[in-house]
Ligand binder design. Structure first.
Ligand SMILES: [Zn+2]
Length: 255
């Protein structure tokens, strides 16, 4: 994966305070992180400690859909969005039991064009299996777990033609909604790369929100900023990241 480096705009104090503490954490794979050149893996032991840290602070991890719904009701200040990108098979095997153990939900962004495939888009590997159709259904049937789309095949949407953009956004939503038997609300930009054209395509496809990483001026319900959480994130670092995220991010309108 790559991380966009758009400058973070200064806090806009005219926005409603409701968005100021919206905190969405970004995970990918949960497993052995001894060979992890893209820093996308946390060990189950580390995830357990991080979830315990959240709970001890009176916070609870939930899906982005649940977080946004709570905020729309003027509630949920103690909720944190937990997201898992790429739909690795270890989400069901390793992350799900830990989430349940700590009473947390999450959103997993899967690739309906790569069922039973591997993370071919990361040239250095290591190869990791992606969720099968059954794995996605298992996750979808778990209370508090939201299935979102990460596109069809993990392609940078800022570099594709119109037809591919439609297929990756509207096409993946149609496939995934049919697979899980429910409308898919969330989208997540592969590599976190996003531009206005991609935002428009995601909105036109019928999604209710989309996750980015550092969306800069596109910050909003269709380009939500997220904080990368990795194996090195101990309690102290999580505390700092939480504070920095609240201080540095421009509030998100409408959520
Ligand atoms: Zn990804």
């Amino acid at each position: 994966m790559s991380v966009t480096a758009d400058p973070i705009p200064p806090a806009d104090r005219t926005r409603p305070a409701i968005g100021t503490s919206l905190w969405v954490a970004m995970y990918h794979s949960v497993g052995d992180c001894s060979d992890d050149p893209y820093r996308v893996t946390v060990s189950p032991e580390r995830l357990r400690l991080q979830l315990r840290w959240l709970r001890r602070r009176g916070l609870r991890g939930v899906s982005v859909a649940d977080l946004l719904a709570a905020r729309a009701r003027g509630e949920g200040r103690k909720l944190v969005g937990l997201t898992f990108d790429d739909g690795y098979a270890d989400f069901v095997d390793a992350a799900l039991p830990l989430l349940r153990e700590h009473g947390c939900g999450a959103t997993v962004f899967v690739l309906p064009g790569r069922l039973d495939d591997e993370n071919q888009w990361d040239p250095l590997g290591p190869r990791k299996p992606l969720l099968s159709k059954q794995g996605i259904l298992t996750a979808a049937a778990t209370p508090g777990i939201e299935i979102g789309s990460h596109g069809l095949a993990h392609i940078d949407l800022t570099k594709v033609d119109d037809e591919t953009l439609r297929a990756e956004t509207a096409g993946s939503r149609a496939l995934l909604s049919e697979l899980i038997g429910a409308p898919v609300q969330g989208f997540c930009y592969p590599y976190g790369t996003v531009d206005q054209r991609a935002v428009d395509a995601v909105r036109d496809a019928g999604y209710g929100y989309a996750c980015a990483i550092d969306p800069g001026p596109l910050n909003g319900p269709y380009a939500l900023p997220r904080v990368h959480i990795g194996e090195q994130d101990t309690a102290v670092r999580l505390f700092v990241k939480h504070r920095l995220h609240r201080l540095r991010r421009r509030p998100v309108e409408g959520v």
